[in-house]
Ligand binder design. Structure first.
Ligand SMILES: [Zn+2]
Length: 311
């Protein structure tokens, strides 16, 4: 049992144990990974009864959808380098009634992922609370690994951030400060340019469509957004992948691609339950969102897969 829990605890000591810097800091040619967001076990029921703050007492639909996602990813050939889930793993907030059951069922579903495809977890507001505390963050780390860390895959540098520390750090100012200090160190590493690309994962998007849009529940507050964009830009970050919006969205700003992916679970717009395939070549980062059905039936289209065969 302990061994099987290990797959959820690979993010440790601010790095990711499946990818060592020694093995992975060199570019070895194009590769791809899969990004998903917001399985959020419990939201579909809560949404259907019109009570997103409480009513999430059932999550059969999300179990089925996540099973579909796992099946689709397991079928891919060649295998993706990893499968990242960009937050809101479950709907129940820390300490809420259905939390434990939702987490357990999600883990049971994700355990079926091919052993050769490491899973990377990003913390969302539902995972650590809208106003996180040292306790809620510690509980997340015990369950899913570090709340922020960096890792290398084939010469590409990846940063996983805790965007809740951007959103509301009123109950954990020291953790926010530590996160900021760490982020500056990581951005300095990215800036040294011995990485082919640098890519960020965080639950809350910096912006949804336009860099100057107003702040609301679904994006980062404007002055902090500007500050982060500037720091990311200076460090040469090429793309930021997020969830949280339960719709596909995004835009680009000064060469940075802000990619917002819809949910595996509950849809709040016109998109379908799905996953995003991200192809990393020497020159660029190309991505496409697929519905779970599409990905299960047809896989990733040939034009994209051909890109990873080029050396
Ligand atoms: Zn969220």
């Amino acid at each position: 049992m302990a061994e099987r829990q290990e797959v959820f605890l690979r993010a440790r000591d601010r790095t990711f144990t499946a990818f060592s810097a020694d093995d992975e800091s060199q570019w070895k040619g194009p590769f791809y990974f899969i990004q998903g967001a917001d399985p959020q076990f419990g939201l579909m029921k809560a949404w259907s009864v019109g009570d997103p703050d409480k009513g999430g007492d059932e999550w059969d639909q999300e179990i089925r959808l996540t099973e579909e996602a796992v099946q689709a990813v397991n079928k891919l050939n060649p295998k993706p380098k990893f499968f990242v889930l960009c937050g809101d793993l479950v709907h129940a907030m820390p300490g809420e009634k259905w939390r434990e059951g939702q987490e357990q069922d999600l883990k049971n579903t994700l355990k079926k992922i091919d052993q050769g495809i490491p899973m990377v977890f990003v913390s969302g507001n539902h995972d650590i609370g809208n106003t996180p505390t040292p306790e809620t963050i510690a509980a997340y780390c015990r369950s899913w690994g570090d709340d922020y860390f960096s890792f290398w895959v084939g010469g590409v540098f990846f940063l996983v951030l805790n965007s809740q520390l951007f959103f509301d750090f009123s109950k954990c100012p020291e953790l926010k400060e530590a996160h900021d200090k760490w982020l500056n160190e990581q951005l300095a590493i990215a800036k040294q340019k011995w990485c082919k690309h640098a890519i960020v994962f965080q639950h809350i998007p910096l912006f949804l469509k336009n860099v100057n849009e107003d702040h609301d529940y679904f994006n980062i507050e404007r002055s902090l957004r500007q500050d982060l964009l500037e720091r990311f830009n200076k460090a040469g970050i090429k793309a930021v992948f997020s969830g949280h919006y339960h719709r596909n969205a995004g835009g680009s700003h000064n060469g940075l691609d802000m990619v917002v992916s819809s949910a595996i679970g509950c849809q709040l717009g016109e998109d379908t339950h799905g996953l995003r395939a991200v192809i990393v070549t020497a020159e660029k980062i190309i991505h496409k969102y697929y519905s779970l059905t599409e990905l299960n039936n047809q896989g990733i289209e040939k034009e994209l897969m051909d890109l990873i065969k080029q050396k």
